[in-house]
Design a protein around this ligand. Structure first.
Ligand code: ADP
Ligand code: MG
Length: 228
């Protein structure tokens, strides 16, 4: 497991990333500002008005997506490091993703740890953001339906958490690019979700393993030290 995808070198520090994300949000805002000014001009025809409006909405949607993928950084620090109950987080994650999964006709299967007291250490809200980003990607990989599985269990002194989908899958080259800022194959992707998740998980001393097959699906496996 350990020799698989593991790329902390490639990930910039959180503060560097936050600065670059701020820049990414400023661009759409500047565009919107410009078009709103144009919209204020006196005899502007209907066609132009609709066109400016359309661009404004698109740019604002983009800013919104960036903020969503980067929520935990936008939230004020400091981090609060505490014991996190793994089963509780599986419940939370599944409830957050339920509507999105329903939308694509995706079934969800949860496998809770047999030990209800299984814990890991970290900032609960950042951890949630990390899992939501991975779960969102899993759903987006299954636009014609499928199965999202979320599992947790203890292996030796570790906690293993897995999020798997039966979606489009990735080639080994694509898997290698995961975690690189702004790498996205989606028309409206930000390319920030996986990067942020990896930063958060590594900060929690987590290891990341990814198994993927084109046309079959993907499994993200996170291995954390168990907290006693
Ligand atoms: P975004 O979702 O905005 O594209 P992410 O950083 O969340 O950015 O993901 C980067 C890319 O990694 C995606 O565009 C997609 O190509 C790929 N990817 C991530 N998770 C999966 C998955 N579960 N199945 C297939 N491809 C994935
Ligand atoms: Mg994403």
């Amino acid at each position: 497991l350990q020799d698989e995808v593991y790329k902390s070198e490639r990930i910039k520090t959180v503060s560097e990333m936050a600065a670059s994300v701020a820049h990414e949000i400023r661009n759409p805002l500047t565009t919107v500002k410009g078009f709103i000014q144009l919209l204020g001009e006196p005899d502007i025809d209907k066609e132009k008005r609709e066109y400016y409006q359309k661009i404004c909405l698109e740019e604002l949607n983009r800013a919104e997506l960036i903020i969503t993928d980067y929520l935990s950084i936008a939230k004020p620090d400091p981090e609060v490091i505490e014991n996190i109950n793994v089963n509780e987080e599986i419940s939370y994650l599944s409830s957050v993703l339920q509507t999105y999964a329903n939308y694509y006709n995706i079934k969800m299967h949860l496998v809770f740890s047999v030990d209800p007291d299984l814990h890991i250490m970290g900032d609960r809200y950042k951890f949630r953001q990390a899992l939501i980003n991975i779960g969102k990607n899993a759903i987006e990989a299954m636009q014609n339906g499928g199965m999202l599985e979320i599992k947790a269990n203890q292996v030796n002194r570790n906690v293993v958490l897995s999020i798997s989908d039966t979606g489009v899958g990735m080639s080994p080259e694509q898997v290698k690019r995961l975690g690189t800022p702004y790498y996205s194959t989606k028309e409206k992707g930000t390319g920030l979700g996986t990067m942020l998740s990896f930063v958060i998980i590594k900060k929690m001393n987590g290891k990341i393993d990814i198994k993927s097959k084109i046309g079959k699906g993907t499994e993200f496996i996170f291995i954390f030290p168990k907290s006693y």
